[in-house]
Design a protein around this ligand. Structure first.
Ligand code: MN
Length: 257
């Protein structure tokens, strides 16, 4: 991972869900976009690692998406087998939306087990989903991760301002995407986040830009929107995001927050 040369940060993108997976990796490399390529199942992980093996800008996360826990909980052992080969973990988390609520107990069991394994190994960077379950996610982080053992990044955070404050006090970062920035309702929340805890993400292909799936190269537009939301010049905001990204990577290397 070329942390120093990175110019942009896409801290949550599903590169393997695009037909043009390898072309996207090339774009990340040529545009120098540090990209956290999340996966949704442990089975998908080795292929992603292979695809990004020569990329200095793509970090592959080992994931078990909460929306897939109902059918994929059996891959947890595979997850645990791969875990010590990577510092990047995601997408993981909880989803209490109506479609996934029937697996919520099992999601909690899986998430707790993943967090305990991350705590045990130390130094992991986690990209976490928390739809309708922010307080449960934060409670689990508190319960299973000792301070400084991992760096949690809350992706597409939709909690309240007080939950954001609690998360920040626990050492969490927040990765912000275009969909959040387009929502007027999210503005006060985004503005309340500490600048030194903000990262950017596309969450492509789930987030759309101009009615097509977002790509890592769309991150520049998000940086501009985020700068406008924060009332900061885009160049300053972009530099801040890069600095935050480097802090996350450095914390990971020493195992300290
Ligand atoms: Mn995602």
């Amino acid at each position: 991972m070329n942390t120093t040369a990175s110019r942009w940060v896409d801290f949550h993108c599903h590169l393997d869900l695009y037909p043009e997976h390898s072309a996207l990796i090339k774009e990340c490399d040529s545009e120098e976009i540090a990209t956290f390529a999340v996966t949704t199942t442990p089975k998908a992980y080795p292929r992603n690692v292979e695809m990004a093996a020569n990329s200095p800008f793509v970090m592959v996360g080992l994931g078990l998406h909460p929306q897939l826990v109902a059918e994929r909980a059996g891959e947890l052992r595979l997850f645990e087998r791969y875990l010590d080969t990577t510092r990047f973990v995601g997408e993981i988390g909880l989803d209490a939306g109506s479609k996934y609520y029937s697996s919520f107990e099992e999601q909690q069991r899986v998430f707790a087990r993943i967090l305990r394994a991350c705590d045990e190994q130390g130094g992991k960077i986690l990209s976490i989903h928390s739809v309708r379950s922010v307080s449960k996610v934060l409670a689990q982080l508190e319960q299973h991760l000792r301070p400084g053992r991992a760096t949690p990044v809350l992706h597409w955070f939709t909690g309240t301002r007080s939950e954001a404050k609690r998360a920040a006090a626990m050492g969490c970062y927040f990765s912000i995407n275009a969909e959040m920035l387009r929502s007027p309702k999210s503005q006060p929340l985004i503005q309340s986040l500490p600048l030194e805890r903000i990262l950017t993400e596309t969450d492509g292909p789930f987030v759309l830009v101009d009615k097509r799936p977002a790509r890592p190269t769309d991150i520049r537009e998000s940086v501009e929107m985020l700068a406008a939301a924060m009332g900061a010049p885009p160049g300053i905001l972009a530099a801040q995001v890069l600095q935050n990204f480097r802090s996350v990577m450095a914390a990971e290397e020493t195992g300290r927050p």
